[in-house]
Design a protein around this ligand. Structure first.
Ligand code: ACO
Length: 323
């Protein structure tokens, strides 16, 4: 038996902040933000933390399938904005929904987090686990430097996830390739703590997000298309045979360039960053859940989908899956 996504859900804070609203608190404009990124709005927490959003997603997933939480074997939450290092967001979800048998942990791979987590979860299913939740959840607004317009306008808060079950006679992952290049890690950083003790006083880089925007743009548009083509080659599939591309929602211009580089129909690159901004590990599962809700994607009909995440680490990865 193989893994299968049997439910998808998302949950975002209800407070929406438009580009125009941002321009009242910093020196920016709707024209600048939208023309460079495709972003119009983002959902921003007015108090909910990452686990609050992840718990809502988990509950929705269980409700969709009428599943009892005690049937879950594992919960993986991809996040770089946990409520705390201990307990993890996943442990908080496990407690809140009462998944008494499930082991639960967070996975840290920035904007590639959901793809890395889904890949790991599929291996758990292939190794014999029956049911698990894979969630990407972020309250990015709490790690932004709101005085830095070059990053503050790009991000938003939200969560999305899937229920993965041992439930299919056809393979879920057709091919995949996950990558990391730590030597370029300094191009996108957050959460540094330094070393402070009676024996050392060493400051790290700033804790808020710091980004070399041009370098990240170049990384995303050079390394990710190669990664997608490599996966298609492994699968012996032509680019036209892919039904849809669900990529990390960082920037619409990045998607334009990627589609061109791999020779794909741009209309097959689904996008919702206009409404959510960049929600890091949550962006792909929110898009997946919305696309199922809108009827563009359907579970169980073997549509061929490319999922690609890319971001801090640097990390990037592509999975070619059958829904
Ligand atoms: N509003 C108005 N002006 C701004 C803003 C803003 N929010 N931010 C920067 N500017 C100004 C800069 O100060 C600069 O002004 P100057 O020329 O007077 O110095 C000018 O706009 C151009 O700045 P650049 O950084 O060169 O702008 P660029 O055209 O490169 O666009 C952007 C910036 C959109 C961040 C681009 O580099 C990009 O898309 N990078 C990809 C990074 C990305 O999407 N990261 C998301 C997080 S990482 C991830 O998810 C993979």
């Amino acid at each position: 038996m193989f893994a299968k996504i049997t439910a998808a859900a998302h949950a975002c804070p209800s407070h929406i902040v438009s580009n125009d609203q941002l321009s009242t608190i910093m020196d920016t404009s709707d024209e600048w933000i939208f023309s460079r990124t495709g972003i119009k709005n983002r959902h921003i927490s007015t108090g909910e933390d990452t686990s609050d959003l992840a718990i809502k997603v988990a509950q929705k997933l269980l409700d969709q399938k009428g599943l009892d939480a005690s049937e879950l074997d594992f919960i993986i939450v991809a996040t770089i904005t946990p409520d705390s290092q201990m307990p993890s967001v996943a442990a908080r979800v496990q407690a809140a929904i009462g998944a008494e048998r499930a082991f639960a942990y967070d996975l840290v791979a920035a904007c590639s987090g959901f793809v890395f987590a889904l890949s790991t979860a599929e291996k758990l299913i292939l190794a014999g686990q029956q049911k698990g939740l894979v969630i990407g959840a972020e309250v990015f607004s709490k790690i932004l430097d709101w005085s830095d317009r070059s990053t503050a306008v790009l991000f938003g808060d939200g969560a999305g996830g899937v229920l993965l079950e041992n439930a299919s006679s056809t393979p879920f992952v057709i091919a995949e390739e996950l990558r990391t290049d730590g030597s370029r890690g300094d191009k996108l950083t957050s959460g540094a703590t330094g070393v402070h003790s009676p024996f050392a006083q060493v400051d790290g880089p700033k804790a808020s997000i710091q980004m070399d925007g041009r370098a990240i743009f170049d990384f995303a548009t050079r390394d990710v298309p190669k990664n997608m083509l490599s996966v298609l080659t492994k699968a012996q599939l032509a680019v036209e045979e892919v039904d849809y591309f669900l990529l990390h929602q960082a920037n619409s211009r990045i998607l334009d360039k990627m589609a061109k580089k791999i020779g794909a129909d741009r209309h097959k690159f689904l996008q919702n960053m206009a409404e959510y901004g960049n929600t890091s590990a949550a962006s792909i599962p929110i898009l997946l859940s919305e696309s199922i809700e809108s009827g563009k994607l359907s579970l169980g009909i073997n549509q061929k989908i490319i999922l690609s995440g890319f971001g801090g680490g640097l990390t990037w990865g592509t999975m070619l899956i059958q829904l």
